[in-house]
Design a protein around this ligand. Sequence first.
Ligand code: BT5
Length: 315
Amino acid sequence: MQETRHRVLDALANGPVSGPTLAEQLDISRSAIWKHVEALRDEGFEIESGDDGYVLDSVPEFGEAAVEYGLDAPFSVEYHDSIPSTNARARDLAAEGASDVVVLADEQTGGRGRLDREWSSPSGGIWLSALFRPDVPMAHAPVFTLAAAVAVTRAAREAGVDAGIKWPNDVLVRRGDEERKLVGILTEMEGEADRVSWVVVGIGINANVDPEDLPGDARPTSLQAERGDPVDRRAFTQRVLEEFDALRRDPDGVLDAWREYATTLGRRVRVETPSRTVEGEAVDVQFPGALVVETGTGTEVVSAGDCEHLRPLSE
Ligand code: BT5
């Protein structure tokens, strides 16, 4: 959103404020103020105009201006009602030189998981991709996947959903002996070995969607299904972006937070990597995101793969 529009919005939120006063405060014409107010109304902001001037009545439920408004993180937001994939769009923006942009959608028609798997993304979810350019070597990038998992887990817990993290990229909710997938994360990047050019962290959050509309074999769940009522997607998205922003600046702090929320540590696991299968007890996570597994014969460090929890969680 434009800087001036932000300022108009802030003034209206503290209103009522008259058009002439606002024009003077922001040093723009009264007709420019009127255009900003109309544009904000078009975006779903309810703005009353009474005798004392304009005042902000309500903020739209979701969308570009809604998420940017009051967001305490330096991302601009590009919103789509429907798009094939927010990660694909963020990659295009990366090629154009953009940074610190979040692509956000209500629905994806071609959402992708890892290894070209499909990610089902009906309307009502929070499907987003954050594009940024950290000054780190390529080998460190996995820490951003962990950071995203921590950020969403925190937001979910604040929203009353007791989520935990399965290594490396799933946020799950336990239901009896079963764990159900609430969130998936797909990180993509480009650069030279010693320096990342860009990173896109794609986060798919089953927010206000019905798990019946998601692939059953994946044992999915949603924030709405767990809470029993819909979540405020605007506030939830803002919390995720704010937490993620703080964590991306503190890669070393990510691991401690991750350990706190992990459901994988202390469990028997089977990890399938492209080259081997490792089975044993998951004992720790190592920077930038590798899983340490004690097998009967020694310690293995696995940096990527699909992880299965083999035994139910102990009470
Ligand atoms: C992931 O892959 O978990 C990463 C998903 C990343 C999605 C986000 S949405 C925003 C951004 N734009 C994109 O196009 N992608 C990212 P993986 O670990 O490979 O898991 C994929 C598997 O999860 C599928 O094979 C299904 O079994 C299951 N699945 C698909 N859709 C699901 C959903 N909505 N909820 C839970 N499970 C799902």
